[in-house]
Ligand binder design. Structure first.
Ligand SMILES: [Zn+2]
Length: 357
């Protein structure tokens, strides 16, 4: 029988739910509230108490989230991003994830050598979630862990109809859970643990599961470029090449404070003459134009995701490097702004059944 799958609406700026530990009430907050979360003083929308510590509140799932009902979980598509072109194979056979250097280190320092390390890896939970959570997870890995040049892959995951799901939606497991065997949490008979994601696509429900629960996956390398994206890349590459050829506008002399004035009078060097913003000089307008391009691309994205899609400062040397950089920027923008085009690419891929159970 054909199984009808549920592709949930994708919106990186959707409302979230927060729970206040002082008044014990749950409130819905919008994207501008989320954007202010890390930048300003935040008060409980229900009781107006100022939240001073991260423990004053937590994220909760939205009341209209269908995944709060266990019976909806196996008919929904789930997502995951990975650095591995065969993510599940890497989970079943973790040794293939090791570089030669890492293998030597694991053999020497890990308890039980490479085999011991691999067996502990295999026992850990897999994590899957909404499309938004998967993309945000990739962005975090890319920019916080210096993987911006690496190739990522997006997986769409379908679970087995009969997989055994733990009742209730739980808080996000502590970070230490990542190294705990999944059977220690779920026991031998259960396979899926639902939790409120507090890191990526906050408030959404994610799953920690054993690999026995997975039925099949589809995969595409990401970011992707659409036809429109390719035209945009050509235009932006030209702008950046032009900026690289244009000498930078000389910066105005930095402001001097009282101590600097005294130093000048007595002939001593300025205390901030090295490595301070405003005293730097760059040879051309490339950096300035790149910041402008990033800002323009992100202009129509939800506030709370804008900064996450920006590329970190990168030294670019050749025309080809400029093209690669722009392709990545435009591709990242597509993942967030035009998810339908990404899903259409996924639709074209063959399903790969999981045979390692
Ligand atoms: Zn409150």
């Amino acid at each position: 029988m054909l199984k009808l799958m549920n592709e949930r609406p994708i919106d990186f700026g959707h409302d979230r739910s927060v729970y206040c530990r002082a008044c014990r009430r749950k409130s819905k907050v919008d994207d501008s509230w989320m954007s202010a979360l890390t930048k300003s003083v935040i008060c409980c929308p229900a009781c107006s108490k100022q939240w001073e510590a991260p423990t004053d509140f937590c994220f909760d799932f939205n009341d209209d989230d269908q995944m709060k009902h266990a019976h909806n979980v196996t008919s929904a598509y789930w997502y995951h991003t990975s650095l591995h072109p065969d993510w599940l194979l890497a989970e079943f056979d973790p040794e293939i994830k090791l570089t030669e250097v890492e293998r030597v280190h694991a053999e020497r320092y890990a308890s039980g050598g490479v085999a011991g390390w691999a067996s502990r890896q295999k026992a850990q939970a897999l994590h899957i979630g909404t499309y938004e959570a998967a993309i945000e997870n990739m962005l975090r890995h890319m920019f916080e862990r210096g993987a911006e040049q690496k190739q990522f892959y997006l997986y769409r995951v379908v679970l087995n109809d009969d997989c055994k799901i733990l009742d209730e939606v739980h808080p996000e497991p502590p970070a230490a859970w990542g190294s705990t065997a999944v059977n220690d949490i779920l026991g031998n008979s259960l396979e899926v643990y639902r939790y409120v994601n507090a890191c990526e696509d906050k408030s959404s429900i994610s799953l920690a599961l054993t690999n026995r629960a997975v039925s099949k996956v589809q995969m595409i390398p990401i970011p992707i470029l659409t036809l429109q994206g390719i035209a945009r890349v050509d235009e932006l590459v030209e702008r950046l090449k032009e900026a690289e050829r244009t000498p930078a506008t000389p910066l105005a002399a930095p402001k001097m404070d009282f101590e600097d004035k005294l130093r000048e009078i007595f002939g001593a060097p300025r205390k901030d003459s090295v490595g301070k913003l405003g005293t730097e000089t760059s040879k051309n307008r490339f950096g300035e134009e790149l910041r402008k391009v990033s800002k323009e691309l992100a202009a129509d994205l939800p506030e709370s995701i804008k900064e996450k899609v920006n590329m970190p400062p990168i030294t670019v040397r050749s025309g080809q490097e400029i093209r690669s950089l722009v392709e990545k920027l435009v591709g990242l923008h597509t993942l967030v702004a035009e998810p339908c085009k990404v899903l259409t690419e996924l639709d074209k891929q063959p399903w790969k059944s999981v045979s390692g159970n």
